[in-house]
Design a protein around this ligand. Sequence first.
Ligand SMILES: NC(=O)c1ccc[n+]([C@@H]2O[C@H](COP(=O)([O-])OP(=O)(O)OC[C@H]3O[C@@H](n4cnc5c(N)ncnc54)[C@H](OP(=O)(O)O)[C@@H]3O)[C@@H](O)[C@H]2O)c1
Length: 234
Amino acid sequence: MLLSAAMSADGYLDDASRRGRALSDAADWDRVDELRAASDAILVGARTVRADNPRLLVKSAARRDRRVAAGLPGSPQKVTMTGTGELDPRSLFFTDASVPPLVYVPAMTAADAGRRLAGVAVVVAAPAVAGDGRLDVAWLLTDLAARGVDRLMVEGGGTVLAQFLLAGLADELQLAVAPVFIADPRAPRLLEGARPGTVAPPMRLAAVGQAGGTAVLRYLAGRPFGDAGGGPAA
Ligand SMILES: NC(=O)c1ccc[n+]([C@@H]2O[C@H](COP(=O)([O-])OP(=O)(O)OC[C@H]3O[C@@H](n4cnc5c(N)ncnc54)[C@H](OP(=O)(O)O)[C@@H]3O)[C@@H](O)[C@H]2O)c1
């Protein structure tokens, strides 16, 4: 499972307006488009659906054609998760989709969400983590796999990225670092909502690249930083 995000050089996913500030240029969007085209499904959190109203489609006609020639929908299946079920069926997430998006909700919200999103989405009742109102993201991955989703791309926001990354479920993180500084503590960070004392599982730096004006860092699940055995001689 791939996590993908663009952040400012000081670690923010957006500015404090939370309306989806652009942190990618055309070259970086093209890189993201390639990742989307190689995915079976794209997941974002419900707040991103509400705030950014994203389409989450493969933009390049050539990439869409390649997918269709391979028997796939032009763009990957869209997926979101929500505790409240408060999603607008008129948002682009639903109206501009190759196949009906999947919406994961807790069982107690499923009937309401099913009514609200009737005809535009498939609503899936999911179990919550014990002692926590939030859905179990590991269960969600298993359910997606059972639906034929092998390659899931998670595009944010920070609340969703944190859950997959901190649970050690990510195989890879592609992080675009824009030459932009937000410097506003009200703005969302790359990882949001973690409890104090949380320890993130290790990842290792696999590649450093550039797309237009952004640095692109590729991390893979791996051994703890500093365990390479090649430290300075005492
Ligand atoms: N730069 C980037 O690459 C990038 C990408 C995406 C988004 N963003 C930015 O990130 C910000 C949004 O991030 P965010 O952290 O506020 O929100 P988010 O991660 O997009 O969505 C959080 C929401 O998703 C639902 N959710 C998350 N985990 C859940 C779980 N385990 N069980 C049930 N529901 C769950 C909840 O929805 P309900 O509230 O409906 O219960 C929660 O409020 C926006 O400013 C957006 O522009 C940036």
